[in-house]
Design a protein around this ligand. Structure first.
Ligand SMILES: Cc1cc2nc3c(=O)[nH]c(=O)nc-3n(C[C@H](O)[C@H](O)[C@H](O)COP(=O)(O)O)c2cc1C
Length: 163
């Protein structure tokens, strides 16, 4: 799948097949995350990939709107040092991984991390060092649904030269 097609057809998936995602595919998804743009190229990120049902359940239970993580095949936590642009950097890495996963035929959903009261709990569960930030959780699995969200039309959001 070319990049433009991947970007234009990605959508969130919250129901997954039980079929496992090969390790090299998960590695490639994280590889695309680590290559994201990063302010001053600090790359403050770490990626914790977890696949065991116990851990998926534990993290799912800690969230409010991420209970479906328990049925995912894998989850990637984007955890960063507390740098000035950690949220922008971690978000860029997260979006890269959503698109990369889609190009591999793997469905994903971004589950909020930063700003959520459960963020420190998830960091603790995953053994992150003190002071690190949970930017996002990415649930992954082969799609068992094909939901499409309405998007604002290009003509509504595109402004040439000035607003
Ligand atoms: C910062 C952020 C946090 C999100 N958190 C959640 C979440 O906690 N639970 C969830 O089900 N979806 C979450 N989403 C996914 C959005 O609901 C989804 O991207 C949006 O509805 C648009 O749908 P699409 O991804 O299919 O384009 C989050 C997305 C972003 C960017």
């Amino acid at each position: 799948m070319d990049a433009i097609t991947a970007l234009k057809t990605r959508h969130s998936v919250r129901a997954f097949e039980t079929r496992p995602i090969p390790k090299d595919v998960l590695e490639d998804i994280v590889d695309c995350g680590r290559l994201a743009a990063s302010a001053i190229n600090i790359q403050p990120w770490e990626f914790v990939v977890f696949t065991t049902p116990e851990l998926l359940r534990k993290v799912a239970d800690a969230t409010d709107h991420g209970k479906f993580i328990a049925q995912a095949n894998a989850c990637i936590a984007v955890i960063t040092q507390s740098t000035k642009y950690y949220l922008e950097d971690g978000s860029a890495a997260t979006e890269n991984m959503l698109v990369a996963a889609h190009a591999h035929g793997v469905g994903t959903c971004w589950v909020a991390g930063d700003k959520k009261p459960y963020a420190p709990d998830v960091c603790r569960i995953l053994g992150a060092p003190e002071g690190f930030k949970l930017v996002s959780l990415v649930a992954l699995g082969y799609p068992a649904e094909d939901p499409r969200k309405p998007k604002r039309p290009l003509a509504d959001v595109l402004h040439w030269e000035r607003y």
